[in-house]
Design a binder for this molecule. Structure first.
Ligand code: SAM
Ligand code: 2KA
Ligand code: SF4
Ligand code: MG
Length: 234
């Protein structure tokens, strides 16, 4: 990764940047450059805080979040350095996924513009608690593809719309997110893209069975298998 920025320009704290396959949802199997931004508004990211933050934030995901997004080992990069690193790491892969942590805490229009200026298509994985207009301003500067995996009750979400809605079961259920499911943009014959993703961890088997049962009971919903884990890549 490029060295940290030294000037007063805005920087983004990046925990990891790597070339892999998108493992989840509609673009599963597609080569992508992932950018994992530091910090989340649902969990501190530290093991000892899982139960406390779940309780404090009214979210279940801190109990089972599978991701390291704390600041240890992170670097600070300007929008242009980060976009250059995406292009260099991509080595021909021009699809970038901004994730975290919660990427909307840091990602903004300047970052999207820097990536677009280099011919990179940008997807984002967000928990839905923050507004796209708030993070990116005008819709022209929003990411090209928005995946929302909600972590709070529907009434507490700020996200305006998305291209994919991805519920991690058993804690997050279709009946709780009907209004948001109706706001999922249909941009192809494949839509609306409504996913049930089994919670990975000790409850995986039961979660997988539930996801299959729910999809078969209401075929508007599909099952998202975390393909990167099956393939043994990050
Ligand atoms: C780590 S989160 C980062 C983006 C954002 N904070 C969010 O929650 O959508 C990326 C994706 O992983 C999913 N995820 C996290 N832990 C998981 C687990 N144990 N099993 C299945 N999916 C998980 C989240 O629901 C989300 O769709
Ligand atoms: N390969 C791969 N695909 C992913 N799709 C969403 C991920 C995420 O953590 O946001 C993820 C991830 O961590 N790895
Ligand atoms: S699943 Fe997303 S929202 Fe929940 S703690 Fe992990 S990174 Fe944060
Ligand atoms: Mg992941």
């Amino acid at each position: 990764m490029a060295p940290s920025a030294a000037s007063g320009e805005k920087t983004y704290r990046v925990r990891a940047l790597w070339r892999t396959l998108q493992g989840e949802g509609f673009w599963a199997g597609r080569p992508a450059v992932f950018v994992r931004l530091v910090a989340c508004n649902m969990w501190s990211g530290y093991e000892a805080d899982r139960a406390r933050d779940a309780e404090r934030n009214g979210a279940d995901c801190p109990l089972w979040c599978d991701t390291a997004f704390t600041k240890e080992g992170s670097v600070r990069l300007t929008a242009s350095d980060l976009a250059d690193a995406v292009v260099a790491t991509g080595d021909g892969v021009t699809f970038c996924v901004l994730t975290g942590g919660e990427p909307l805490l840091q990602a903004d229009a300047a970052l999207i513009r820097a990536l677009h200026a280099r011919g990179v298509t940008v997807a984002v994985e967000t928990n839905g608690t923050l507004s796209l207009a708030g993070a990116f301003g005008d819709e022209a500067d929003w990411p090209d593809w928005i995946v929302c995996s909600p972590k709070l009750a529907a009434a507490r979400l700020e996200i305006e719309t998305c291209d994919e809605l991805k519920l991690v079961v058993p804690d997050y259920r279709p009946e709780a997110y009907r209004p948001l499911a109706q706001r999922v943009r249909e941009r192809s014959l494949a839509g609306p893209l409504l996913w049930l993703q089994p919670e990975d961890g000790p409850r995986f088997e039961a979660a997988a069975r539930l996801a299959v049962d729910l999809a078969l009971a209401d075929p508007r919903w599909r099952v998202s298998v975390q393909g990167h884990k099956a393939l043994g890549v990050d």
